[in-house]
Design a protein around this ligand. Structure first.
Ligand code: 3K0
Ligand code: CA
Ligand code: ZN
Ligand code: CA
Length: 535
């Protein structure tokens, strides 16, 4: 829909045709089939054939690719579905994945159904058409194909959950892919370091090729420093649950989650559960886990990530595929629609504040560059960094140990050190944001929270500025404070600046702090940098 940003590395039509031809050649005459009565489920070969056919029939909105290979060398097939599918447009992205656990075959049927809803509804169903035109939807159909094939070999089920990877120093096979992600990977609850266990977390985070492929795919969706994927569902079985992060802790809002995120995650999760009849809950309410997909997606990128546990029991045949996938249709469409602004479910004020051209609670990396011009004079320990600030005090509190959201802020000299001046600024430091595309509409405001604290030895040589850098490099100071010889304690304050002069432009934000005298103390902290929606 919106102007193109950059061309994606994509499979050319010719390459896609070659790929499909190659698949045909490599596939056995008859692939592994599901046990009798379950033939309606898709084996890996059937899945491969079907997604290639559907992709070939809809080249205008589907791009077929592989995010990598399984341990046994199977392609991990994925599609992108969107208008102008060959272009990486500036549209909110959504990710669906199926069957990290290979005996949870309904996940594959779910991702296939989502694919069909999108391509079949495009151009006929206005709601689907709108979603495809305004979103970029990624589907990874089957994260664990080796396990899935193993699970059905020989005409019976083997109840195989893990991948089929050899474990160093053990005869045991397989890692639980939903314990192998690298966010707070470790032990806790139903997570095991025993290679024999069905919840074996692997010898180290991302030891499995399948989770590495997911990790690398997620990383590839960071454009201009910012993760493009806003929402995700990982489909599992069983129990009919909608679960949001975190799984690693029973705490509802731990330090690595903001209150706004928790409220929106739970609100969206509860709404989805009203549409499919599932039970909504924080993942750890089921049991504690570490290294799961959604903990990684939210923890690393602040993706609104959910696990759906499908099905109410192990079904005796394939007759429940249509109803079990169909009951998630509304939830899936709803999440794709919410991905444009998840915070909007919390009301208009949050929608305006948090869904403009820029929104950074500083909790994860979003493309700030320290010392962008190479001219900073502050020592490394005194420069801006995104960090959990240590409190400092000298004649009252100076650097505050709290953030206005979550845990982290942009701060000069985040550590307290042995004495208050130990990690002092003592020079100049600058941070520059990633590129920000401002819509051509008036009423957008740059807002941020800040602390500017100094001791009584401060002079007008101590400064804190916000600067807008225009496309042509022109820099305009839009906010500035200077020091005075008065002891000034730290306090979180708010700034709001009109961005009307730059509407329609691509800009960078800069924050510049200068400590003009080595004898004094200057502390600067910044949190919740936003450009509001147009009024
Ligand atoms: O992702 C999660 O929230 C964890 C739940 C998941 C698991 O990995 O233990 N349940 S399942 O194994 O029964 N699909
Ligand atoms: Ca598009
Ligand atoms: Zn599962
Ligand atoms: Ca923060």
């Amino acid at each position: 829909m919106r102007p193109s940003r950059r061309a994606l590395p994509r499979l050319s039509v010719a390459l896609a045709v070659l790929l499909m031809a190659g698949l045909g050649a490599a596939a056995p005459a008859r692939g592994t089939e599901f046990p009798k009565g379950w033939e309606g489920y898709h084996s890996y070969t059937e899945l491969t054939t079907e997604i290639a056919q559907v992709a070939a029939a809809h080249p205008d909105i589907v791009k077929l690719f592989s995010i990598g290979q399984s341990y046994k060398g199977r392609q991990l097939w994925a599609v992108k579905v969107s208008d102008n599918v060959g272009v990486d447009e500036n549209e909110p992205e959504v990710l669906f994945d199926g069957s990290h656990h290979s005996d949870e075959h309904m996940g594959v049927e779910m991702t296939l159904h989502i694919f069909h809803w999108l391509v079949d509804g495009y151009g006929t169903d206005p709601r689907i058409t709108n979603i495809v035109n305004t979103r970029e939807i990624y589907i990874v159909f089957l994260v664990n194909p080796d396990g899935a094939e193993y699970d059905i070999h020989g005409g019976r089920y083997w109840f195989w959950r893990k991948n089929r990877q050899a474990t160093p120093g053990s005869t045991a096979i397989g890692t639980d892919l939903n314990r192998n992600y690298g966010y707070r990977w470790g032990l806790g609850g139903r997570t095991s370091s025993n290679p024999l266990a069905i919840t074996y977390h692997g010898p180290r985070p991302f030891s499995a090729p399948e989770t590495r492929a997911m990790r690398d795919f997620l990383a590839s969706r960071v454009v201009d420093g910012r993760q493009q994927i806003r929402a995700a569902i990982s489909f599992h079985e069983l129990g009919r649950l909608v679960m949001w992060p975190y799984g690693y802790t029973l705490t509802d809002i731990p330090a690595d989650m903001t209150a706004d995120d928790h409220a929106a995650l739970a609100r969206i999760g509860r709404h989805m559960a009203t549409t499919n009849g599932y039970r909504p809950e924080q993942a750890s309410d089921l049991y504690i886990t570490r290294g799961t997909t959604k903990d990684y997606e939210y923890g690393t990128y602040r993706i609104f990530a959910y696990t759906f546990e499908m099905s109410i029991k192990d079904y005796p045949d394939d007759s429940k595929i249509a109803s079990e996938t169909g009951r998630n249709r509304e939830a899936v469409l709803y999440l794709m629609e919410r991905a444009g602004c998840p915070y909007a479910v919390l009301g208009a004020a949050l929608r305006i504040a948090r869904c403009g051209a820029f929104d950074d609670d500083l909790e994860v990396a979003r493309g700030w560059t320290v010392n962008p011009d190479g001219t900073d004079t502050a020592p490394a320990a005194g420069r801006f960094a995104r960090a959990d600030p240590a409190p400092t005090s000298r004649f009252g509190s100076k650097q505050l140990g709290t953030a206005t959201s979550g845990r982290d802020v942009l701060v000069t000299g985040s550590r307290a050190g042995a004495k208050p001046t130990a990690s002092d600024l003592d020079g100049s430091s600058t941070v520059r944001s990633a590129a920000i595309d401002l819509p051509a509409t008036s009423g957008q405001h740059l807002t941020f929270r800040y602390v500017f604290a100094h001791d009584a030895a401060s002079t007008s040589a101590d400064t804190f500025k916000a600067v807008v850098e225009a496309q042509d490099g022109t820099r305009t100071e839009v906010f500035g404070l200077t020091g005075k010889p008065v002891d000034t304690d730290g306090r979180w304050r708010s700034a709001s600046i009109s961005m009307d002069p730059w509407a329609g432009q691509t800009v960078h934000l800069r924050f510049e702090a200068v400590d003009g005298g080595p004898g004094n103390l200057v502390e600067v902290e910044i949190d919740d940098v936003r450009i509001t929606q147009p009024s």
